[in-house]
Design a protein around this ligand. Structure first.
Ligand code: SAH
Length: 221
């Protein structure tokens, strides 16, 4: 981008362009679009990438991780079919951007991150935005959060190599889990809907590129 206009003049039009692009790509749920619109992505993005905040691309954050691409955030959030009373579990807090969007569309969001540094930074953003319905945990999200289970919805924002069995077991009957599944650099975004009898309807949505879901917590901060 070569646009030199000041950020204050620029943000509304860049944001409108981004929202229009998400709509064109199939994110049509107005509540989801509104949640994205009202979330300041710049707050979640490192200084180095401030000029790219309103692009529809994933960007690097600390600890070698990424803040997700807005289109994928919209697509995954829409796929979750959130209801205002939902209790949601998110695996992979990262910057807290996706968490913030989930928090605007549900009653309570539980979020787990394996890097303490990312967790702390996300917590301070939630505080700054006065979001009071987010509960954070430093830990291995692959194990879910058994003490708080079952959940109405679960979103995994790191790629699981296989079917996330432990997480599916923490879903309520008729609950929905959305996760990227696959071992390589490209995975398939899948939606699992619990049938209430221990089984799941599985839909393959699209190809995505996520950082891997890793075992255990990070040793470095
Ligand atoms: N939703 C985030 C994107 C996060 S990238 C955002 O909007 O910014 C994926 C995140 O998952 C990374 O922060 C990574 O550290 C975390 N992660 C990977 N494996 C994990 C695990 N087992 N438990 C918890 N977090 C995990």
């Amino acid at each position: 981008m070569t646009d030199q206009a000041s950020p204050s003049e620029d943000v509304p039009s860049r944001l409108s362009t981004l929202i229009a692009s998400l709509q064109a790509q199939g994110v049509t749920d107005t509540a989801v679009l509104q949640a994205i619109k009202s979330t300041p992505r710049d707050l979640f993005t490192p200084d180095l990438f401030q000029d790219r905040v309103w692009e529809d691309s994933a960007l690097p954050i600390a600890c070698g991780q990424t803040i997700s691409q807005p289109f994928i955030v919209g697509l995954m959030t829409q796929a979750l079919r959130l209801e205002p009373r939902a209790r949601v579990l998110e695996i992979g807090t990262g910057s807290g951007y996706q968490t913030t969007i989930l928090s605007k569309l549900s009653r309570l969001v539980y979020t787990i991150e394996r890097y303490r540094t990312l967790m702390k930074a996300a917590e301070s953003r939630f505080k700054q935005l006065e979001l009071t319905n987010i509960v954070t945990k430093f830990g291995d999200g692959g194990l879910g959060w058994p003490e708080q289970a079952p959940f109405d919805r679960i979103m995994v924002t790191a790629a699981a190599s296989d079917e996330p069995v432990a997480l599916l077991a923490q879903l309520k009957p008729n609950g929905i889990l959305v996760a990227p599944i696959g071992k390589g650099p490209v995975q398939v975004l899948k939606r699992y809907t619990a049938d209430g009898h221990g089984g799941f309807a599985v839909e393959a949505m699209t190809e995505v590129r996520f950082v891997p879901l890793l075992d255990g917590v990070a040793k470095e901060s």
